[in-house]
Design a protein around this ligand. Structure first.
Ligand code: NAD
Length: 243
């Protein structure tokens, strides 16, 4: 399709999982995609896609984000996908885990939005899509304290940017998945010792009886990028978990 022909998309954490699937989906929809990740090796799998450029970008590094945005030029669609899941309750969490989660899951988005928003405004508008989770202000999920604090902040950040810039053609939306097949989820299931039991537990909380796929989340991101009458909303995509 050529729906997004001439549009430039910047994606963080595009090396694997949802970010990678979204890079491929935007490329299929005709966009020029800048797929970034801290893991250059993971990006290699996208390097041969004709409309995808890959580059190493650590979203914890403000100077690197600023430089990348300057080199890429005007961005029409920003997909902030980088995020990390810490396990544990408030009493189990280390302070440094919360600091890291805020830096990677929230401040990363502050960095990228600050870097691309002036160009978007000058260009007459743009769309910003932020990765949140149903584990946030939407649902209390056991054992996910630091993660849920930061993903709730992503929803607040999203609504604030949407409110401030709606008059300048900027739309800002959050995506809130349930549990999605991804390399990091595989790692989390393996690290619990009994892999099959961990997988069964994740699936049992999904009324659809299966986990989501990165491609299903990517479809929603592409849809929202073109959904020109919505802004400031958090879109739940969770197989019926919070219904
Ligand atoms: P993943 O966790 O498997 O991959 C994360 C990617 O982020 C990796 O490629 C990694 O190299 C990259 N990354 C880590 N630190 C980085 C940094 N400092 N700078 C740039 N990139 C960095 O992918 P996923 O599970 O699809 O998760 C992607 C996003 O979706 C995250 O924000 C996550 O919280 C969110 N999410 C995932 C699920 C799920 O079940 N998988 C559910 C809800 C929300």
């Amino acid at each position: 399709s050529d729906k997004f022909k001439g549009k430039t998309v910047l994606i963080t954490a595009a090396g694997q999982g949802i970010g990678k699937a979204t890079a491929l989906a935007f490329a299929r929809a005709g966009a020029t995609v800048h797929a970034t990740d801290i893991n250059e090796k993971a990006l290699d799998a996208l390097a041969n896609e004709p409309s995808i450029s890959t580059r190493r970008l650590d979203v914890l590094d403000t100077a690197a984000v600023t430089l990348a945005a300057a080199e890429i030029g005007t961005v029409d669609i920003l997909f902030n996908c980088a995020g990390f899941v810490h396990s544990g309750s408030i009493l189990e969490m280390k302070d440094e885990d919360l600091d890291f989660a805020v830096d990677l899951n929230v401040r990363s988005m502050v960095r990228t939005i600050r870097a691309v928003l002036p160009g978007m405004i000058a260009n007459g508008g743009g769309a910003i899509i932020n990765m949140a989770s149903v584990a946030s202000s939407i649902k209390g999920v056991p054992n996910r304290f630091a993660y849920s604090v930061t993903k709730a902040a992503v929803i607040g950040l999203t609504k604030s940017v949407a409110a401030d810039y709606v008059g300048q053609g900027i739309r800002c939306m959050a995506i809130c998945p349930g549990t999605v097949e991804s390399p990091s989820l595989e790692e989390r299931m393996r690290s619990q010792g009994d892999y099959e039991a961990a997988r069964a537990a994740f699936i049992s909380r999904q009324p659809m009886g299966r986990l989501g796929t990165p491609e299903e989340i990517a479809d929603l991101a592409v849809y929202l990028a073109g959904a020109t009458y919505t802004t400031g909303q958090a879109y739940v995509i969770d197989g019926g978990w919070t219904n």
